[in-house]
Design a protein around this ligand. Structure first.
Ligand SMILES: [Zn+2]
Length: 378
């Protein structure tokens, strides 16, 4: 039988996102454990996204009317974070995830790819904090979904991003997967929550000025989260502390988002200052990719200089994301009652487990909003 603490934490996840629509058994949680009032001093701060380093899937940004591509760490960053999070796990989870590290790594970017086919996907990767908050600390946005909907409406929340709320529901879903000892679902949810938690650690995923388009700094999104890792990742020391049980998982993701947003002024101002000093003819270079296509990109010398002036913020945020991802995986397993991982690992491969995308679709459609992009704000 689960402890009272575990039931409480599950209740937090429950009311975080899906209290009105969830109907798959978890509404058996005693009503009195559903925290109906948000904690006054919750933290938040960050948003997410914009320029898509991978290229496709551009959505309409609601406030500015600009096209906004849901960007994220880029393939390299996301895969690195999920992969290294495995090594930040305490036993016995480390052994379980190590067996499945290839899947966890390969599928770290699935949420980005789903944006091309799922209209509900894009807003899960960021939150435009500055749409709601004039300054930190965050004291306008409720940390739980239900209270946020009551205050701002679901349409508004979907339009300006929901990453901290979506991480909470992903924790709930991963917990459920562990409870059911469903190997395919565990791996899918683990890869997904790793992606969203990583996105929450990117400063430019927390602002409407997600690609510097409001400050004449177009391309800064890819510079920070894609170009810097491309050039510097091999020199990063990504050994981290171990992940840990999150006593207040909702607070944890809001804190991550808050910290990201707190870095935003430095991200923008440092690039602006450096660009003003840098000869524009030497800021970019032309390179040819593996397909023979020539593209213009920021010169490595500019990238390295920017990174140094940011005091290696990207490497630091990547390491913090790694610990956070491991902590959410570990927390889900604890909340599920620490199921025997040997029983899960030995479970025979089923049709469902060979088609995790199908599993995800079924679960998603029963819980999540049907859309979150293309909303117009007049
Ligand atoms: Zn993303």
């Amino acid at each position: 039988m689960k402890s009272l603490k575990h039931q409480i934490l599950l209740a937090i996840c429950f009311i975080a996102y899906c209290s009105d629509t969830f109907s798959d058994g978890f509404n058996a949680i005693p009503l009195e454990l559903h925290f109906s009032e948000p904690t006054p001093q919750h933290n938040i701060r960050d948003k997410g996204n914009a320029y898509n380093p991978i290229g496709t899937n551009v959505i309409n940004h609601p406030q500015s009317g600009l096209n906004k591509a849901a960007a994220q760490w880029g393939f390299l960053g996301h895969k690195t974070i999920n992969q290294h999070a495995v090594f930040a796990l305490p036993q016995p989870l480390f052994g379980f995830y190590k067996k499945n590290i290839q899947f966890i790594t390969d599928h770290a970017v699935d949420p980005d790819q789903r944006r091309y086919t799922d209209t509900a996907e894009a807003c899960r990767h960021y939150i435009d904090l500055d749409h709601y908050e004039k300054a930190l600390p965050i004291d306008t946005l409720p940390k739980y979904w239900k209270q946020a909907v009551e205050k701002f409406s679901a349409d508004t929340l979907f339009a300006y991003g929901i990453v901290p709320y979506h991480v909470q529901i992903m924790l709930y879903r991963l917990t459920k997967a562990f409870e059911e000892k469903n190997l395919a679902a565990i791996l899918r949810m683990s890869a997904d929550i790793g992606h969203y938690v990583a996105d929450a650690h990117v400063p430019l995923h927390t602002t409407e000025n997600y690609d510097g388009q409001l400050t004449h700094q177009h391309g800064i999104h890819a510079l920070w989260e894609t170009r810097i890792p491309e050039i510097s990742l091999s020199s990063y020391l990504l050994l981290t502390e171990s992940g840990h049980f999150l006593e207040q998982p909702a607070d944890s993701i809001w804190n991550s988002v808050s910290q990201s947003h707190a870095h935003l002024p430095a991200v923008l101002q440092t690039e602006k200052s450096l660009s003003q000093k840098w000869p524009q003819t030497k800021k970019y270079e032309l390179s040819t990719d593996l397909h023979g296509k020539t593209k213009k990109q920021i010169h490595p010398k500019f990238v390295k200089s920017y990174e140094a002036q940011l005091d290696h913020m990207v490497e630091i945020r990547m390491k913090q994301a790694i610990v956070a991802v491991a902590s959410y995986w570990y927390t889900a397993w604890i909340l599920a009652g620490q199921p025997n991982l040997d029983e899960i690992s030995d479970q025979p491969q089923t049709l469902e487990s060979t088609n995790p995308e199908k599993t995800e679709t079924v679960i998603s459609s029963s819980i999540l909003p049907s859309r979150c992009d293309g909303l117009k704000h007049d």
